[in-house]
Ligand binder design. Sequence first.
Ligand SMILES: C[S@@+](CC[C@H](N)C(=O)[O-])C[C@H]1O[C@@H](n2cnc3c(N)ncnc32)[C@H](O)[C@@H]1O
Length: 394
Amino acid sequence: MSFSTIIQTIRDATANSGTATSAEKAQLVEACNGLVTALETPEQKLTSLCFGPVRALIIRLGIDIHLFDVATAALKKGESLNMQQLSDETKCEALLIRRLIRVLIDMNHFREVDQDVFQPLPEVALFSTTSPISQAMIQFTNTLQHMFQLPAYFEARGYQSPTDAFDGPFQFVTGTKLHVFEWLASNPRYQHANDVTMSLRTKLASQEKWFDIYPLEQHLAATPPSETFLVDVGGGVGHHSIALKERYTQLPGKIVVQDIAPVIDGISSMPEGIEAMTHDFFEPQPCRNAKIYFVGHILHDWPDKQAKTILENIRNAMAPESVLLLDEPLLPERDVTFLPAVMDLVMMSQFSSLERTEHQFRELLDSVGLELVKVWESSNTMSGQSIIEVRRRR
Ligand SMILES: C[S@@+](CC[C@H](N)C(=O)[O-])C[C@H]1O[C@@H](n2cnc3c(N)ncnc32)[C@H](O)[C@@H]1O
């Protein structure tokens, strides 16, 4: 195929990208990324590697000064904004606005319709304060700042994986003695960003619900109904449980969402049948003999020492027929793709923790008298999600 045909095919794919399925879109992105990697000159590679993250920082600054709120309001009215208007509304110096907006123009957030006159493009709405993506941006740019200090951390502490949840890269960089979750509790803006980012997991179209992967039906006809059907341990603001209750309105027993006080206190109401409970998962589990204990993205926040305590507390509350479901990232033993590989490093820099392989989960569970029964894999191979079913060892 000639290069002109290839170029035209890529342009056609761009024009028709809206009609592609998510799997096709993912394959196209992967193919294009491969092409970029093959074509980039060393200078271009250096630029995208070292200066790519600056885009995230500029977006973050735009969020901080409410630039995207102002732009979204103008977008809705079909208006453009001049630099002075932007400066007045964001209380940001006009020169600084001009310097930031150059990058945002390159990123297709604005079109420069005249000198110092900017037309907001639809992308700006993604980063307005009420958009969950803007909260994820706050969360992840904060994390990125810590990750940029990893070279200094390893130089000072030696090149080995941190395992102390209270004295790792996060504490080294921020100078705090607090664990990340304690630090979040004393920083309401970041606590909010964290809670919203977590609840994105049940809202994004690319994310499957755990009960679409795990066959829940077997537990629905529970006789006799247990007082507590499901305990959502460290369940955040209850997004998984609310989604479950929306799907299955008649469950044989109540759902209990547990989390620490700063999170539970932020919940204004819960649907009927769901109870929000303050509970520290390092203390004995008060809900005993529930049908299901659900643990979503909890163990990857903790090194083995604490992960064992969390599991022991659940195990001690489980009846012989109770099931523990782990909705945790599961790293393949090899051929790990970019995002899971990076998330493992995020866990390391924030929590001195790690993403685990099936083998590592088996060892962890085994060490506390639990048995990995089965890994339920999503039928959507692109999602890579899975649910680990665990029982008490008999
Ligand atoms: C990564 S989030 C996962 C939230 C939710 N389970 C999910 O799957 O999206 C971790 C949660 O653990 C909670 N958490 C942290 N320490 C805790 C503790 N000691 N006891 C109970 N929950 C805790 C956090 O507040 C947060 O909501």
